[in-house]
Design a protein around this ligand. Structure first.
Ligand code: KG4
Ligand code: ZN
Length: 367
């Protein structure tokens, strides 16, 4: 192995409700990708309960890492660097991964590379697309963030649009009303696309996690049954706001309850999803044209949505834009994507010290 100078990264991800570890070779080849999901546990509470997430991470992390090394058929001695998500995310959850990575790096005298979670999501696209290299346009659509960025170089971004935090109060109020003392999803002040999926799913009684459940139910509904709003901001044409469409769904439900009109969950799911997909596709295609980008990638949990993938693919084909998307398993949280991002950071010389801390609200592009 050593004569070809392969670089092996052990990556750790624990920013939300998945405890994950992976071994990635030369930034593109995933030797193992182990994910221990806590979804079943959090479903009982209707959303991610941060303290439970942290406790579960600490319980699982060693065995997840052990499995990742075993599956990759390597030992810690073969590893060149430890990559770990240090933000954004739930602080207690992040701390488990960061402390673990530091302990391994310290004990084994390996370099430590802290990774931005969103940079990880973007990097998921490199795994299955060996031809993809910056620059390209990327729309990152996850539970806590919606960003439209130009990936100028590995780990270097120009942000064109993002979710605004004018929905912050509303988002927090909703969460507080529904769940008393718990801060659900916790790592955002915006109403991101994934968050809207989760809230609408809860409102129509589908439970957590909302995205995949709406994706499935929407297949049985009419996407044109209800005309939910598509928000476009005049002053910031690539920004996103999903609080309006979420409120429109809640209003629709209230109206039905008051007038006795039947509530057709599948139609609501399909129409809501269509409204979100339309905005995501419109903004991305408009940005691609305005910035003369001929390659567009999507990333993040919502990028696994079937309707979005189909609509974006069709729109890209129509416009002559090359479309990239990770397989669904690399869209939702995983450590392979962190390993890819860590590799490119490692090559650039990024090294974190023993003082690396979790940064719950780490901004894209910050170190
Ligand atoms: O990227 P991710 O796994 O975690 C964060 O970094 O936030 O994204 C999770 C989000 C959740 O809001 C979840 O409901 C949404 O992605 N999601 C989906 C689908 N699968 C996951 N949304 C729509 N359709 C899906 N199939
Ligand atoms: Zn994520």
């Amino acid at each position: 192995m050593s004569e070809t100078k392969d670089v092996l990264i052990l990556a750790i991800e624990s920013s939300c409700d998945e405890t994950a570890a992976a071994v990635v070779k030369n930034g593109r080849e995933v030797l193992s990708n182990v994910i221990s999901s806590q979804i079943a546990l959090h479903t009982l509470y209707g959303g991610v309960v941060p303290e439970i997430a942290s406790r579960k991470h600490i319980e699982k992390i060693n065995q997840v890492i052990e499995e990742a090394l075993k599956e990759a058929e390597v030992t810690l001695d073969d590893i060149d660097a430890i990559g770990v998500t240090y933000g954004p995310g739930l602080v207690g959850a992040l701390l488990v991964g960061v402390a673990e990575a530091k302990a391994i790096a310290y004990a084994k005298k390996k370099p430590l590379v802290g990774v931005h979670h969103i940079e990880g999501h973007v990097s998921a696209n490199y795994i299955e697309h060996p031809d993809l290299e910056p620059p390209f346009l990327c729309e990152i659509i996850s539970g806590g963030h919606t960003h439209l960025v130009i990936v100028k170089d590995y780990g270097s971004f120009e942000i064109l649009g993002r979710t605004r935090d004018d929905a912050a109060g509303e988002a927090f109020d909703k969460v507080a009303n529904d769940y008393g003392k718990y801060e659900i999803i916790g790592h955002t002040r915006d109403d991101a696309a994934g968050e809207a999926f989760d809230k609408v799913a809860r409102a129509i009684g589908l439970g957590y996690p909302g995205g995949p459940k709406i994706d499935k139910l929407a297949k049985e509904g009419n996407p044109h049954a209800i005309d939910f709003p598509r928000a476009h901001m005049e002053d910031a044409p690539y920004d996103f706001s999903f609080s309006g469409v979420k409120s429109a769904v809640l209003n629709h439900l209230n109206k039905c309850r008051m007038t006795g009109e039947p509530i057709v969950e599948a139609d609501i799911a399909a129409s809501f999803q269509q409204a979100v997909v339309d905005v995501l596709v419109d903004n991305a295609i408009r940005a691609a044209k305005d910035y003369h980008m001929d390659r567009l990638a999507i990333a993040g949990g919502v990028a696994s949505n079937g309707a979005l993938r189909a609509a974006m693919e069709a729109a890209c084909e129509k416009e002559g834009i090359r479309f990239y998307r990770p397989s669904p398993i690399f869209c939702t949280d995983n450590a392979a994507m962190i390993g890819v991002a860590a590799y490119y950071e490692y090559r650039k010389g990024t090294r974190h010290g023993w003082d690396l801390n979790a940064v719950p609200n780490l901004k894209l592009g910050e170190r």
